[in-house]
Design a protein around this ligand. Structure first.
Ligand SMILES: [Zn+2]
Length: 163
């Protein structure tokens, strides 16, 4: 009689189910109770499989837990690197050259001129930026950034999240 994989599997299962060696021998057929006990010992199943497997599971879980926390540790150790990649790629308003105001008046404004007001409206010195507008906005790039800073920031965050 040889221990085929199937028979070993059956033995292991029945042992785990709590059957006695003689019951397993009867179940398998063609094998003595002593042979079953011998095989059980050789397989390292001695000591009932149930408590053995549950303690094995406990060990495994503890190992998994400790390996998880081990993996998590380097991540927790570099909180400063987390924000670094997004910040340099974002041009701050300081990076945009401040436009030289063309000092145009209200009646000189067109679709193509920046409508950013400059100065005190109650004085003669009051004027508009007047530089070329940026795309669909009423402002030049610099004043557009001033006006829509929050919006563009939000868009950037969204774009960063998508890409
Ligand atoms: Zn402007």
């Amino acid at each position: 009689m040889s221990w085929t994989d199937d028979r070993v599997a059956t033995l292991t299962k029945l042992w785990a189910d709590g059957l006695s060696a003689s019951q397993i021998a009867a179940e398998l057929g063609g094998v003595t109770r002593n042979a079953v006990i011998g095989k059980v010992h050789r397989l390292g199943l001695s000591g009932r499989a149930k408590p053995a497997s549950s303690s094995a599971r406990k060990v495994k879980t503890a190992a998994a837990r400790s390996s998880n926390s081990y993996n998590a540790r380097p991540r927790a150790l570099r909180p400063t690197g987390r924000t670094a990649p997004s910040v340099p790629s974002r041009p701050a308003i300081e990076d945009i050259p401040v436009p030289v105001s063309k000092k145009i008046l209200l009646e000189q404004l067109t679709d193509k001129t920046c409508k950013w007001p400059d100065g005190d409206p109650s004085t003669d010195d009051f004027h508009f930026c007047g530089n070329n507008t940026k795309e669909e906005t009423p402002y030049c790039e610099y004043h557009c950034r001033m006006a829509y800073q929050t919006v563009t920031d939000r868009r950037r965050v969204k774009r960063a999240a998508n890409g």
